[in-house]
Design a protein around this ligand. Structure first.
Ligand code: FAD
Length: 512
């Protein structure tokens, strides 16, 4: 029986893993987390995916308690700016498409829609709430989608039946600190020390990790959360890392923490703005913005990227310190090898677009609990785990490749090159089909990767890939129900935008 787990690394991945293992197994498993003070956390990872709600609810944490401690705010979706052409924008919301007579409103928009009205504004409520900068909660705490109010309980991504309407923005360091407190209070042993050597037995399995001051720490299972360093899985065990740089363009980022001039002016969404050689994020936290520029160093130097970012988000604020990051894009062939499981940046990272880093951590730790080994470490269980992890990452990779390929922009060498870069065969087929019709669950990447067909269609339509026409069947169906559904959606959106408080107003009420 496995009785002890040693986690190396105390970033978001390390502390999410430690706290989740304690929430799942309590005292039946001993957990030790070793964190170096010499190596800092990556310091980014501030926007999440709506499914993160399952994670916090599983831990039994009340949003009103933890969100204020992490400078948290709400994210109703992502606003993409300038990806088609300068001045153009659309939202990718956390909202599934409604349907009428068995066809989604996106199909009906193609058939009936006024093309001067953008698809997203016509088919979802969320863009109306984003434009009005609304909170998803009323001042009494109730959620605007009343059917989803309350805790999701000890549920996991596998149980996700409904689309939760929002995710969070938060300060990544504050979340790590908060989860550390949670985990230590539940019995996690916290060792602040540097791991300098990984010991292996004659089979190549990890037998202990040697620290500077605490001797050798041993356990039955080791979790590598050392970030891009991947000290255990790649450096010690030599697992092969598959780069995605052939299909995805960006390999660097520069980040800035920028105070908001008007604290009350808070957008309830992440903004992803296309730039000359990549894209820039704006993530509004409660008291400041997180900003960054993700780019390819083939087209722009770090100094030029920093300058372009500063001009855009912090002109005249030379006092703000820039964090330059080299990104390792891709995934391990096997994130679980022998008695070592890599979670977080040591396992895989695609890039920050669509905010999937923390989602991958959540998915991995949930799957680790579901595939938790016994002392025999059954190779078939390990293979099943690795398959699930790889598929989730590969699905996101394909979804992101589509972003760059489908985006209309071709006005700089970088954007031109995104149109000639290697295209995975599946994405080629998907894009080809998308010219004829909207996609469905069978025609997007077919394994769980967090994104549903509504997301793939939203991105295609928003980026300018609009099918030649609606499905011919719609011409033979009375459109009365579809028209009624569009009208209902608009009325609901307007009503909610009028009734809900501003995002800032609500968050202030739980911060006071
Ligand atoms: P790190 O934060 O790097 O932590 C590594 C830990 O390992 C540290 O505690 C360090 O001290 C420890 N360590 C290293 N070496 C040793 C050693 N020898 N001994 C002991 N300890 C050691 N994800 C999202 O979900 N949303 C986003 O918006 C987002 N934006 C991103 C933007 C960028 C530019 C990048 C690069 C990533 C982004 N991510 C995002 C991903 C997200 O940042 C990571 O998934 C998340 O922070 C987890 O990081 P980590 O814990 O794996 O690594």
């Amino acid at each position: 029986m496995i009785r002890s787990v040693v986690i190396v690394g105390g970033g978001t991945a390390g502390w999410m893993s430690a706290s989740y293992l304690k929430a799942a197994f309590g005292d039946r498993i001993d957990v030790t987390l070793i964190e170096s003070q010499q190596v800092s956390r990556i310091g980014v990872g501030e926007a999440t995916f709506s499914t993160v709600r399952h994670f916090f609810d599983y831990l039994g944490l009340d949003e009103r308690e933890w969100l204020p401690k992490c400078a948290g705010s709400y994210k109703l979706g992502i606003r993409f700016e300038n990806w088609r052409k300068p001045g153009d924008y659309f939202y990718h919301p956390f909202e599934r498409l409604r349907s009428a007579d068995g066809f989604s409103l996106a199909e009906w928009w193609l058939e009936l829609g006024d093309r001067s009205q953008p698809f997203d504004q016509s088919c979802f409520i969320t863009p109306m709430l984003c434009e009005a900068k609304r909170s998803p909660r009323m001042l009494d705490g109730s959620l605007f989608v009343s059917s989803l109010d309350g805790s999701l309980g000890r549920s996991t991504l596998d149980d996700q039946r409904a689309q939760f309407p929002y995710a969070y923005h938060f300060d990544a360091d504050a979340v790590a600190r908060f989860l550390a407190e949670y985990a230590v209070a539940r019995g996690v042993r916290h060792v602040v020390d540097n791991v300098r050597e990984v010991d292996q037995d004659s089979r190549g399995w990890i037998s202990g990790v040697r620290t500077d001051e605490h001797g050798t720490v041993t356990g039955d299972l080791y979790v590598d959360c050392t970030g891009f360093r991947a000290l255990l899985i790649n450096k010690a065990l030599g697992e092969r890392f598959q780069s995605f740089e052939d299909v995805l363009p960006n390999n660097r980022a520069v980040a800035l923490r920028v105070p908001r001039e008007d604290a009350t002016d808070m957008d309830p969404y992440t903004t992803a703005t296309a730039m000359s050689a990549g894209w820039a994020w704006t993530i509004p936290l409660f008291r400041r913005n997180g900003n960054g520029y993700v780019y390819s160093d083939q087209f722009i130097t770090p100094e030029e990227a920093e300058r372009e970012l500063r001009e855009k988000v912090a002109p005249g604020r030379d006092d703000l310190v820039a964090n330059h990051i080299r990104m390792r894009i891709g995934r391990n062939e096997h994130s679980w090898k022998h008695n070592c499981v890599a979670i977080g940046l040591s396992s895989a990272f695609v890039e920050p677009l669509e905010s999937t880093g923390i989602f991958f951590i959540q998915h991995a730790i949930e799957q680790l609990v579901k595939h938790f080994p016994d002392a025999g470490f059954d190779e078939r269980t390990i293979a099943a785990y690795n398959r699930r992890i790889n598929r989730a990452v590969d699905g996101v990779k394909e979804f992101l490749v589509l972003h760059y390929r489908a985006a209309d922009r071709e006005d700089t060498p970088y954007w031109k090159e995104t149109k000639t870069r290697v295209l995975p065969e599946n994405v080629r087929e998907t894009l080809d089909l998308a010219e004829a019709q909207l996609l469905d669950e069978e025609t997007i990447y077919p394994f769980y990767h967090g994104f549903e067909s509504y997301s793939w269609n939203t991105m295609n339509l928003g980026l300018g890939r609009i099918p030649r026409g609606a499905r011919p069947a719609l011409r033979h169906i009375d459109p009365a129900n579809a028209r009624a559904e569009f009208a209902k959606l608009k009325a609901e959106g307007e009503e909610m935008a009028a009734a809900l408080p501003s995002c800032y107003e609500y968050l202030k009420s739980i911060n006071d």
